[in-house]
Design a protein around this ligand. Structure first.
Ligand code: NAP
Ligand code: ZN
Ligand code: ZN
Length: 347
């Protein structure tokens, strides 16, 4: 029998989110039913429901930063039992056969992973996300939330955490490395905490100095305003790695000039508009420009364990479901400190 879940979702691109009822599928042998407790609000939810990334299968229930407790397991589930504290991120399945999937990098699945919401799964059903009381997910795409982490501060780790952890690890952030994080929002504040915990020297590049104290408290060694042209003179050729988390277009050339010889600028921000750069900014110092997409399932578990070990959770503002439209406006105004998390019991 399917289960009726309460949810918040967008009925159309320009419409505010409203309370909805959705059906969760009957458990298949490898499925886990999760009673969701908290769901983070990612800027990607906003890009998606507003149709900025193209047409969507409305109504869309967003949410891919999911934390909750296992309420029921399918007959063949081996990894989880009822009562386990678990999370779900941006993926709920992938082809499991292509080279990236076999390498544990399901986020680069050649056949397209199944997104947690607004995606069509292998059976042709449209997925619905975490702004809801329950979700059913195959056990291979469920993460274990370590005991030391509160479910509320853990929820944002499932997207904001892994999306910054993965490039920091891939490009070897650590002792002796100078790392800059551009944008101190949901992703950015996790990037600061994680890069600091990895031992790198961390600089925040934010539009203004408004959040400077927070940035330093979160683990940054230095903090600069990008609205100040002096920043780009002072920090010229300073960084080994820059992680750009900005949800809008930024002048990439100016940021590339802040990289040392052979440094890398990685964009994880996904503005709807194209980014442009001059080849000279790369060629002159053999710099690289790269992108990075969330992280694989095993790496997401590694990140959660790393966070528990280092006492890292997101800085959150817990909100009721009815506040979600206002929260979206505040995210768009860069007025978020630093992740809104929906208390799902209020949906
Ligand atoms: P967010 O909380 O809104 O943070 C974005 C930050 O970017 C803001 O806090 C602001 O920081 C800065 N910013 C915003 N508008 C700007 C502008 N016009 N110029 C310069 N800086 C600006 O968003 P988020 O949830 O962290 O997500 C950030 C982006 O990453 C989104 O595009 C999202 O879709 C994308 N994303 C990608 C992945 C992936 O796998 N690659 C995963 C998750 C999210 P300051 O106030 O400090 O300047
Ligand atoms: Zn996200
Ligand atoms: Zn695949």
């Amino acid at each position: 029998m399917t289960l009726t879940a309460r949810a918040y979702g967008a009925p159309a691109p320009a419409a505010p989110l409203v309370p909805l009822s959705i059906e969760r599928r009957e458990l298949r042998p490898h499925d886990v039913l999760i009673e969701i407790e908290y769901a983070g609000i990612c800027h990607s939810d906003i890009h998606t429901v507003r149709g900025e990334w193209g047409e969507q299968p409305y109504p869309v229930v967003p949410g891919h930063e999911i934390a909750g407790v296992v309420a029921e397991v399918g007959a063949e589930v081996t990894r989880y039992v009822v009562g386990d504290r678990v999370g779900v991120g941006c993926m709920v399945d992938s082809c499991r056969e292509c080279a990236p999937c076999l390498a544990g990098q399901q986020q680069y699945c050649e056949n397209g992973f199944t997104g947690t919401y607004a995606n069509t799964d292998k059976r042709g059903e449209v997925t619905q996300g975490g702004y809801s009381t329950h979700i059913v997910v195959t056990e291979d795409f469920v993460l274990r939330i370590p005991d030391g982490l509160g479910l509320d501060v853990a929820a944002p780790l499932l997207c904001a955490g892994i999306t910054t952890y993965s490039p920091l690890r891939h490009w070897s952030a650590g002792p002796g490395k100078r790392v800059a994080i551009v944008g101190l929002g949901g992703l950015g504040h996790m990037g600061v905490k994680l890069a600091h915990a990895m031992g790198a020297e961390v600089t925040v590049l934010s539009q203004s100095l408004k959040k400077r104290e927070d940035g330093l408290r979160l683990g940054a060694d230095d903090y600069h305003a990008t609205a100040d042209p002096e920043t780009f003179k002072e920090l010229r050729r300073s960084f080994d790695l820059i992680v750009n988390t900005v949800s809008a277009q930024i002048p990439l050339d100016a940021y590339l000039a802040l990289l040392k010889w052979e440094g890398t600028l990685v964009s994880v921000g996904l503005p709807p508009e194209p980014l442009s750069l001059r080849a000279g900014a790369l060629i002159s110092r053999r710099r690289s420009f790269a992108g990075s997409n969330i992280g694989g399932i095993a790496e997401t578990q590694e990140m959660l364990d790393f966070c528990a070990e280092h006492g890292i959770g997101a800085e959150i503002e817990v909100i009721p479901g009815s506040y979600v439209n206002e929260a979206y406006e505040r995210v768009l105004a860069s007025d978020v400190r630093y992740r809104f998390v929906i208390d799902v019991a209020t949906i």
